[in-house]
Every structure is written in C-alpha cells, then in structure tokens.
Write a protein that binds this ligand. Structure first.
Ligand code: ADP
Length: 687
C-alpha cells in the first residue's frame, strides 16, 4: 500500500510539475505576438526543460507544406534563416507527430540541409492544431548525443498542444502583419507609379519605369515590355531590363523564335504564371538562371496593346499578389502608353505643321486670347522685317508690332470680334490682304496673303477701261451729234427718220453700257464713299422721282410705304439713290404694263431693311443665285425684248456691301420679285 501511495505521490508531484511548467510556458509564450521572439523563447524554454544543448524551432510556411527556421537556442554561428525544409515526403515522421508522439530522428531521416545543421540524432516533436501542422522542435545534445529521459520526453509531448496554439497565433499574427505591410507598400508604390507614369510623356521612359517597378515588387531577374499590334498580330518595341545579353542578341533570339509566352498572352488577352519554364515549349530563354515567368497583357479599351513579362530565378517565383500587382501596373502603363503616343503624335503633327508653315509664302500668326504670340512663321519675319534670331513666342503682339498699321488692324479686329478683313501695305510697298479670325479656344488666327500682283493687274485693268471707254465715248458723241443734225434738217422721209431714231437708240444703249462698265470698274478697284447720316425717306423719294418717267410710260403705280420715315441711315446719298433707282427701275422694267411697285422699310436693332416688291415676271430659282454676276441676264421669252446690260445688280451689290449692308432676293416665276436691302443705322439712331 505504502509503495502504491508513494508512487501516487510521485505521479501527482510530477503532474503538478508538468502543470506548473505548462502554465509557465503558456504564460511566457502568450505574451509574445511575433513569430521570431516567440520561437526564440520557446527554444530557450525547451532547452531548459530538457537540458538540451541546442534547440531548433521550425514553423510551417503559410500556404505551403515546408518548414522554415523560426528561432533557435545554442545555434552559435549557424545561419538557418533562409532555409526551407520539406517534410511532406516524410509521412512516417509526420504521422507520429500528428499522434502527439515524439520522434527520434537520425541525420539520414532528415531533409539534407536540416541534417547538415543538426549533424546528429535528435528528438523531434510536431505541433498540431486541429490536424494542421504549425511547426516542430528539434532538441539536440551535442555533448554525448544522448536523448532526454522518457519522463522529459513525455513532458514535452504533453506541452505540445499548448505550444501549438501559441505557434499558430504567432504565425497568423506575423503573416497578417506581413500582408498588411505588403499592402501598404504596394499602395505607396502604386501612388508613386501613378505620379511618375502619368507625368511621363516619353514612351521609352514609360517602358523602363514600368519594368523597374515590376522588378522591384517581384524581386525578379529580368523584365520585358513589348507593344502588340493586334491587326498584324505582331509584338514590337521591346524594352528589356535586367538581362546580361545585349539588346541585339535578344533581338536575334526573338527573331528566330516564332511563338513566345508573351505572344501567347497577347493573343489570348489573359495573364499567365508559368511556375516552371522548363515545361513550357513557348518559353524563350534570355537568361539561363530564369526558372519561372509571368506575362500580363496591357489593355486599352478591350484591345491588347502590349505585354509585360517578368522572370524569376526561383522556381514558382510568382504568387497571386505579384500577378495582381503587375496587372495594376499594366493598366497604368496602358494609360501612360496612350498618353505618350498621343504626345508623340501631337509633337510630330506640330513639327509637320511648323515645317509647312515655315515653307508657305503667306504670313501666319496666332495670338492667344491674352494677346501674346503663340505662333509666328518665317514669312512674317521677312514681311515685317523682324530679326529672325529673336524668339517671339509668348511676347505681346502689341509690343512686337508697336506703332504699326498692322497693330491698328489687330486692335480693330479685337473690338469687332468674328472675322475682320483688311489690306496692309508694307514698308517695301507690297500689299497684303489680311484675314483676322477669332477662335474661342485658340485666340486670333491671322493669315496674310500677298496681293501685290493682283493689285497691279487691277490697276492696269482700271486704266485700260478708262482709256477704252473714253475712246469709245468720244466717237459715240460725234455720231450722236450728226444723227441729231440729220433729224433737225427734216430732209429725211419717214423711213429715214425711223432709221436715224434706231441709230440714236443704239448710241444711247452703248453709252449706258460704257457708263456701267466704268462704274463697276471704279467700284471694284476700291470705292471711296462719302457717308453721312441721311433720312431714309429722302433717299427713297429721290429714287422714285428718278424712275417716274419710265413708270409713267408703263403706267406703273409706285407705292411709297416709307412715306416720311425719318430713320437715319449712314450712307453716301448719291450712291444710295443709285442703288434704289436701279432696283425700282428693274421692278418697273421686269413687270408688265399697269403693274404696281411697292417700297417699304422696316427698322431693326442696328439696321433698317428696305423691300422693293413688284408683281412682275419673277425670276426662276436657278437664276436667282446668278443675277448679281456681271453681265448675267435671264433669258426668258417674256423678258427677251427688254434691254439691259446685266451690270445693274452687280453694281448695286458692290454699293450695298461698301455701305456694310446686305442684299437679298425672293421671287416666284410669274408672281413677282422682292429685293431686300439692309443698311446700317446712323450712330445717332443707336444712342
Ligand atoms: P439688266 O441690265 O439686265 O437689267 P441687272 O443686273 O439689273 O441687269 O439684272 C440682271 C437680271 O436680273 C436681269 O436681266 C433680269 O433678268 C433679272 N431681274 C432683275 N430685276 C428683276 C425684277 N425685278 N424682276 C424680274 N427679273 C429681274
């Protein structure tokens, strides 16, 4: 009985000791969150309990069945931090551990590199939580290679579940921290990439930067970015980073290889991780150290525009988070490539445009909305005698062209807005036609064309017309004089009188033609108007008086609806009377006898609109556009007999436009015609 009691007491004491140790160990380990200090403490505690010389604690690598060194005791100089030890193929050991028992391992039973580290037999215990291996401890006694006695071994196995839970928490904590740090780093990296890439407009720089970031994140061996032409199914524009081969060597290799992993990815548009390149027939070897590869398509609006490939010297070197990161990088690179292309295209276009502009004879100047020169071409330098070596870009127009006629024209254009046309004579006596047009987004576009030769021809034409018409008019006057004498002598019989009358009519017609030609020539070579404020009623009544004789002859009634309207127009009195006399005269001329012609006026905001309406023969739509052309006359049976030169409306149009007005027509064949004239009101009307 006594023996039994004693054994009981011993057993109880031992159990108490276990509990005390377990409690102490749990307390020590429970306060440690990080894997490394936790494993170090554990190794230390195990060495203490088992009086071991050296202890190694390994922890299971996340998402893998490998064990990695986590902490040790008595390891001295031995470095084991980086090593991974595969235990999955040692099922016997694993099974025994799982059953909660220790295993005595001989060096031959351990993975080679672990055996090198331990060097002799050791005691091993696996730590499990719910059947999942969390890690293992290896206890070594180098002094004599002995193992702890059985009771210690039992004690250690009974502590295993407590240790396993602490190990799991530490692993999870460390893992979580690593993930969070990784995410934070990735986030910071992406922010920098966004800034760097979107600021970059050179394609080469975009490529290199993208690859640099991809390699930094994945700690890769080498990386490539290539552009893809989907229509031609070709990859081009490669940039390689990290390979020792020269770009030429790489190029030769590529040319000899018709299908690469990158090409496969470009075609499918799907990213691929190749964990072991030796099994991929499309793999193109750019470095013999490479073991794994990842290729990600660069997309723009559903089209593959390039591929980023990254290679690692590790087997299975790319995890999902690497792929995710490269995909994010690829989407940014897509935008940046687009921007860079756009920039390159724009620059090329700009250069082309500037070459064209510098080669044309016309002066082209663009002035921004703020009044600074945004573009000036070569011709402008020579036309305005500007020293070509000076940089005029960004300088105020008013300063560069100070005190010139050109500046006055520009200032007028700015006041008026829209399009302003003017003529300028330069210091070397050349005449330019200048067109200044305003554009909301650009500012002012000024184009000047040298019209000196045209001016010279025009001058010649005017002189010719003058001389010829003078020379024509003189014999006409003589002819007219003699015909009048013939008629006065009363020696002619009726037939003779009739013939003489016809000669007189023809002379009159020819005179009219010459006068019209002279008028037109005069107006076309620049008309000097003498304008003043005039009441519109005076202009209209004078014009009606001038046409009253022909109205009487055809018994046409002229209805003046303008009456004594004293609205003032700004105009040249005699020219305006010429305009309305012509229009009222036509209305009488192109209407049958006993018709009526109505003249009315309608005041608008800054103009007055005068209408001359008849109910005569009318003008066909196809002729309406041409009636203002010189010498154009409508050929219709009902108006064939009516005499005219076809110059009247051409002159009227010139005169109206010289007044800053407009002319228009509305007509229906057989029903009548209305001509509309708008004229600017005199300033006093606007006040
Ligand atoms: P013309 O000397 O022939 O009258 P215009 O230049 O004055 O020359 O007119 C050109 C042509 O326009 C005329 O020949 C005529 O056919 C047509 N036309 C002008 N005014 C009228 C009108 N009020 N009614 C119909 N036809 C007209």
């Amino acid at each position: 009985m006594a023996t039994v009691n004693l054994q009981n007491v011993e057993a109880q004491t031992q159990e108490l000791e276990y509990l005390r140790l377990a409690h102490g160990l749990a307390q020590r380990l429970g306060t440690l969150l990080e894997l490394k200090p936790m494993a170090e403490t554990l190794a230390h505690a195990l060495a203490e309990i088992a009086s071991a010389e050296r202890v190694l604690v390994l922890a299971t690598e996340m998402n893998s069945d490998m064990l990695r060194f986590a902490g040790g005791f008595g390891m001295g100089e031995l470095r084991a931090e980086q090593a991974l030890y595969p235990f999955s193929d040692r099922s016997e050991v694993i099974e025994t551990w799982r059953c909660g028992e220790y295993v005595v391992l001989q060096p031959g039973q351990m993975p080679i590199r672990l055996a090198d580290l331990v060097g002799q037999q050791c005691l091993s215990i696996g730590f499990y939580v719910e059947n999942a291996l969390q890690g293992a401890a290896f206890l070594v006694d180098p002094a004599n290679g002995t193992l702890p006695d059985e009771s210690i071994c039992q004690l250690l196995t009974s502590l295993a579940p407590t240790i396993a839970i602490s190990l799991r928490s530490a692993r999870e904590h460390t893992m979580m921290k690593k993930t969070l740090t990784g995410k934070l780093q990735e986030h910071q990296m992406l922010r920098r990439i966004d800034r760097d890439l979107l600021d970059t407009i050179e394609l080469d720089a975009v490529f290199t930067m993208t690859l640099d970031w991809a390699m930094r994140f994945t700690t890769a061996e080498g990386a490539t970015l290539s552009l893809y032409d989907q229509d031609a199914d070709t990859l081009y524009g490669f940039v390689d980073l990290g390979y020792s081969m020269s770009p030429e060597q790489i190029q030769t290799l590529r040319a000899a290889h018709d299908a690469t992993i990158a090409h496969r990815v470009a075609r499918s548009g799907r990213a691929e991780i190749v964990p072991d390149v030796s099994y991929d027939s499309n793999y193109l070897m750019l470095s013999n150290r490479v073991q794994s590869h990842v290729s990600v398509p660069v997309m723009r609006e559903d089209r593959v525009i390039g591929v980023i490939s990254v290679e690692s010297k590790r087997l299975n070197g790319f995890a999902d988070d690497h792929l995710e990161f490269i995909e994010k990088l690829a989407s940014r690179a897509g935008v940046a490539i687009d921007n860079a292309r756009l920039y390159t295209d724009t620059r090329r276009e700009r250069e082309k445009l500037s070459r064209i502009l510098s080669n044309i004879a016309d002066v082209v100047i663009v002035v921004g909305a703020e009044g600074n020169i945004g573009l000036i071409n070569q011709s402008a330098f020579s036309v305005f005698g500007l020293p070509p070596e000076v940089d005029y870009m960004g300088r105020p127009f008013e300063e560069v062209f100070a005190e010139t006629e050109f500046l006055q024209l520009f200032q007028r254009a700015r006041r008026l807005g829209g399009i302003t046309v003017g003529e300028l004579t330069t210091a070397d006596e050349r005449t330019f036609s200048a067109n200044l047009s305003h554009n909301e987004s650009i500012g002012w576009i000024i184009v000047m064309h040298d019209i000196t030769p045209l001016k010279e021809i025009d001058q010649l034409k005017t002189e010719l017309v003058h001389t010829v018409s003078h020379d024509l008019k003189q014999p006409l006057s003589i002819m007219n004089g003699y015909v009048e004498l013939l008629l006065m002598q009363e020696k002619l019989d009726d037939v003779g009188q009739n013939w003489a009358g016809m000669i007189q009519k023809s002379i009159q017609k020819m005179r009219q033609l010459i006068d019209d030609i002279l008028d037109l020539a005069k107006y076309e070579s620049g008309l000097k108007l003498e304008t003043s404020p005039l009441p519109i009623s005076i202009v209209i009544s004078e014009s009606i008086t001038a046409t009253s004789l022909s109205a009487e002859q055809k018994n046409t009634q002229i209805i003046n609806e303008v009456g004594d309207d004293i609205t003032m127009v700004q105009g040249d009195a005699s020219r305006l009377v010429q305009v309305f006399t012509n229009l009222i005269g036509n209305a009488i001329k192109y209407s049958p006898k006993d018709s009526s012609v109505t003249v009315s006026a309608q005041r608008r905001e800054t103009t007055i609109r005068i209408a001359i309406r008849d109910n005569g023969y009318g003008i066909a739509p196809e002729d309406q556009a041409r009636i203002f052309d010189r010498f154009f006359r409508v050929r219709r049976p009902e108006t064939r007999e009516i005499e005219g030169t076809g110059l009247g409306l051409a002159i009227v149009k010139k005169l109206v436009e010289a007044h800053g007005g407009e002319i228009g027509v509305e007509s229906r064949l057989g029903e009548g015609t209305t001509f509309y004239i708008t004229l600017p009101l005199a300033d006093e009307e606007l006040a």
